[in-house]
Design a binder for this molecule. Structure first.
Ligand code: ZN
Length: 410
């Protein structure tokens, strides 16, 4: 129902009230001149009008109740969306923490392995010394278990101090003590490596579980977005604000087109390099392609995927920020970049819409393709859920970013 429809309702009610009042007053004005059956007729008419008025009031109340309950539904859904978004954020934080923990453990394992290596080197040096001593002892005829043990390459076998001590001098005893200490050190470090590896495995398992749960949450969130949007549209239709909003959207979009038209008259010395980066590195799905849809024309490529909310948006190519706008009625928080002229002398621009919060670049700022972060993915403006609406404009006109080969799914 439109806005005018709601107005007609109230006018009708007032007209009925006035008519009722007039009719009620009539018998008093001309009681003696009106025949009895005529009075009865009027009374019937009045009763009928009163009944109609009651019905109208009831249906207006119904409509009011309807809007109230719809409003409640919408705000309940929005609350659910917010809660789920918070929950997802908590999951992502937890997964990120585990990532850091796993990386720290991997680093610790690497450090321990370096320590083990240096201890092994030290031990080998000690054993080489002991071997020389053994050779000297053998020369003097003091052959023993000591020499036999040194014939093998497994130094752990040498460390049988009680057997060796019998045939070495006090000086060699010190070396053996040192070798034994290194051996204990190595065993301890190896134990630590095993413990770290076990911790890492446990953390990775926990992370996998969390990721599974997160995927589930994303699916429910996605359904909620659609549900909330549909209920919002239903509410707008009941309240009679739907058409007005559509008209406002159209006007905002037309104004932007005019501004872009004006931008084309500004000077540029930049040259578009012919290569564009995918603007949301973390997410690779396309949820809506460029082109005619059943109820509207879609002038860009929508990039979407689980977990896209608040993921960084990067400049697709080198250029200058020509628009950094907060809360446009249709595009929400958005950025537009001028990349300069292509090899055919056409002005190439890109647009990034529905950002989560105010863009992180300002107008006039130079950006680097594939590097400069422009903002975070959100759902501001005319949007059903978080996604990046990405446009490529050639001489101001929107073209198919994927179909024309500007961006390619990575
Ligand atoms: Zn879009």
């Amino acid at each position: 129902m439109g806005r005018s429809c709601a107005k007609r309702f109230s006018i009708k009610v007032w007209a009925l009230c006035a008519a009722t009042a007039l009719l009620l007053a009539m018998p008093l004005l001309c009681s003696s001149s009106v025949a009895a059956d005529e009075v009865a007729d009027k009374r019937n008419e009045i009763a009928q009008l009163k009944e109609e008025q009651k019905q109208l009031e009831a249906s207006m109340k119904d409509l009011g109740d309807d809007i109230d309950s719809q409003q409640a539904k919408v705000s309940q859904l929005n609350k659910k969306v917010k809660n789920l978004e918070k929950q997802i954020e908590a999951y992502e934080t937890q997964i990120g923490l585990l990532d850091k923990q796993i990386a720290a453990q991997d680093k610790r394992i690497e450090e321990l392995n370096t320590e083990i290596k240096s201890k092994e080197d030290l031990m080998l040096a000690i054993l080489t010394k002991l071997k020389k001593r053994a050779a000297a002892i053998t020369k003097t005829g003091n052959y023993s278990a000591f020499q036999m043990l040194f014939d093998t390459e497994k130094y752990e076998d040498y460390l049988l101090k009680s057997q060796i001590l019998e045939c070495v001098a006090a000086h060699d005893e010190g070396l053996i003590d040192q070798a034994e200490e290194e051996k204990r050190g190595i065993a301890q470090k190896r134990g630590e490596v095993e413990a770290e590896k076990e911790k890492t495995l446990a953390d990775k398992a926990e992370q996998e579980t969390l990721k599974g749960e997160l995927d589930g949450q994303f699916t429910s969130l996605d359904k909620l977005y659609t549900q909330a949007y549909n209920e919002q549209v239903a509410l707008e239709k009941k309240m009679g604000t739907y058409e007005a909003r559509q008209a406002k959207l159209k006007k905002a979009e037309e104004e932007l087109e005019k501004e872009i038209e004006a931008l084309l008259n500004t000077e540029t010395s930049a040259t578009y390099g012919g290569k564009m980066y995918w603007p949301v590195p973390a997410v690779k799905m396309i949820s809506c392609t460029y082109g005619q849809k059943p109820t509207y024309f879609h002038g860009g490529t929508d990039i979407w995927g689980p977990g896209i909310l608040k993921k960084p948006i990067i400049a697709s190519a080198d250029g200058v920020v020509v628009k950094s706008v907060k809360m446009h009625y249709s595009y929400g928080n958005y950025v537009m970049i001028d990349h300069g002229l292509d090899e055919k002398g056409r002005r190439i621009m890109t647009l990034y819409a529905h950002m989560y919060s105010a863009p992180s670049v300002s107008e006039g700022q130079q950006v680097t393709g594939g590097k400069t972060q422009l903002g975070l993915v959100g759902s501001t403006g005319n949007s059903t859920g978080p996604h990046l609406h990405f446009e490529v404009r050639v001489d101001g006109k929107r073209v198919d970013p994927v179909g024309q080969g500007y961006i390619k799914k990575p």
